[in-house]
Design a protein around this ligand. Structure first.
Ligand code: NAD
Length: 420
């Protein structure tokens, strides 16, 4: 089969394959093959040198069957409508897998933020928010962070929306700084969720996480936190990469030292990190290195058909969204490599965003123990539902996750019926 790199087509292939396994009638899920609403915006921003640049942004609401639309905002040069559509759809399935009352959405601005000043990033964030302000809202569509967007930027989104609405509206966006209505634990939640799922899966596979080796692609929010929690559980993190390249150390990287190094680096990258026995490698070297668990925490379409043939990990943990292509997935399956799917694995972020939103709507804030124990409960329950479905139907976990989600979505759709 030809390699698919359009992420929305990749999503449709996964969806149709799961529906076929579950024997679902296409009529029952046809609405999920189309996003409900799509918005493209172009907005001017005054740059520091006085010139005006026009930026393009997107917001896609894939589904509101089970609740208001929910999904992050990405700042990246590759952001386009197809990518945003796919990411929005994955949010729908992800929220259904962990059974939180949200639909799915995603947004983004086509921009490379590298080299932009804080002032320019703030004006782009506010310009984009003003243009999508009618589309979003605490009961309609709630954005959050994603690739290259920070908690500070969520604070600006909250401020822009609240100012335009004339109402203090912390519930319009999640992943805000704690001082601006954010939840404790949100920053680490996706990585912690990745850890809970990896821990549970290791138990099922009779693998001792404390004696396992791990490679992590991407050392941003998700990758660095996943690495930290896995390291703290005793796993040996043998490789890490980010946009600047990769590091490999057979004896294991000193993750606390690497985290401190990245924290102090002006570009927050791993480049230049020194430790005895550390060798530099490239992105391909990370994806294909010898390890037990390969955690993907960068971007989509990383494990292609070709790369999948060379993967040496026993288990692929999808912290990123859509990191494995449909064809790549088939090769992993043929080779007996287990893929723990994105719509389950990285759902800790949106789950904690849900906690944040609940706290915002109630103006009542939780402590870290309440946040993390609820996160663990929801992630472990979702993991077990997916794992048991996979075992029962003798299918890969990805298909099982889609089936768990599809059943919930179809049930809600049937009860609501079709308007008109
Ligand atoms: P981030 O911007 O904090 O980090 C992304 C990391 O990937 C950075 O370290 C970057 O250098 C690295 N990277 C980019 N291109 C790369 C390449 N070609 N090779 C290797 N590394 C590369 O973003 P994030 O929030 O950590 O998101 C990572 C993934 O996780 C995305 O797919 C995102 O959609 C997904 N995700 C994020 C959250 C969240 O709460 N932040 C929740 C669910 C899913």
């Amino acid at each position: 089969m030809a390699q698919k790199t359009n992420p929305f087509e990749n999503m449709l292939e996964q969806l149709d394959a799961a529906a076929e396994i579950a024997g679902l009638d296409k009529q029952d899920y046809i609405t999920l093959r189309y996003p409900e609403r799509e918005l493209t915006v172009n907005f001017p921003v005054k740059m520091d040198d006085g010139t005006i640049r026009v930026f393009t942004g997107y917001r896609v609401q894939h589904s509101t069957i089970r609740g208001p639309a929910k999904g992050g905002i990405r700042f990246h040069p590759d952001v386009d409508m197809d990518e945003t559509r796919a990411l929005a759809a994955w949010m729908t399935f992800k929220c259904a897998v962990v059974d939180i009352p949200y639909g799915g959405a995603k947004g983004g601005v086509t921009v490379d933020p590298t080299g932009l000043s804080q002032g320019e990033i703030e004006r782009i964030t506010r310009g984009y928010t003003a243009k999508i302000a009618d589309f979003i809202g605490p009961e309609k569509d709630i954005p959050a962070t994603d690739v290259n967007t920070t908690q500070q930027m969520m604070g600006w989104i909250m401020d822009t929306y609240s100012t335009l609405a004339g109402v203090y509206s912390p519930g319009v966006v999640t992943s805000k700084p704690v001082e601006a209505g954010g939840s404790v634990g949100r920053k680490e939640a996706t990585g912690l969720g990745v850890f809970f799922v990896t821990w549970e899966l290791a138990k099922k596979l009779n693998m001792d996480l404390a004696k396992s080796t791990v490679a992590v692609q991407g050392f941003g929010n998700v990758g660095s936190n996943a690495a930290k929690f896995l390291y703290e559980a005793g796993a040996k993190i043998v490789a890490v990469s980010d946009v600047s390249g990769g590091l490999y150390c057979e004896d294991g990287l000193d993750i606390p030292a690497l985290l401190e190094y990245v924290d102090k680096h002006p570009r927050r990258i791993i480049e230049g990190y020194q430790q005895e026995g550390v060798k530099t490698t490239d992105n391909h070297g990370i994806l294909t290195c010898k390890c037990d668990f390969l955690v993907l925490a960068a971007l989509e379409n990383q494990i292609t058909e070709e790369v999948a043939k060379e993967v040496q990990a026993k288990v692929v943990i999808e912290g990123a969204n859509g990191p494995t292509t449909f064809a790549g997935d088939k090769v992993l399956e043929e080779r007996g490599i287990i893929a723990c799917p994105d719509i389950l694995t990285n759902a800790g972020g949106v789950t904690c965003s849900y906690f944040e939103w609940v706290q915002n709507l109630q103006h009542h804030y939780w402590d870290i123990e309440t946040v993390n124990s609820n996160l663990e409960r929801i992630m472990v329950k979702a993991f077990n539902e997916v794992y048991e479905t996979a075992e029962e139907l003798k299918i890969p976990m990805r298909m099982a996750a889609y089936i768990v989600a599809l059943k919930r979505l179809i049930a809600a759709q049937k009860i609501r019926g079709i308007f008109l």
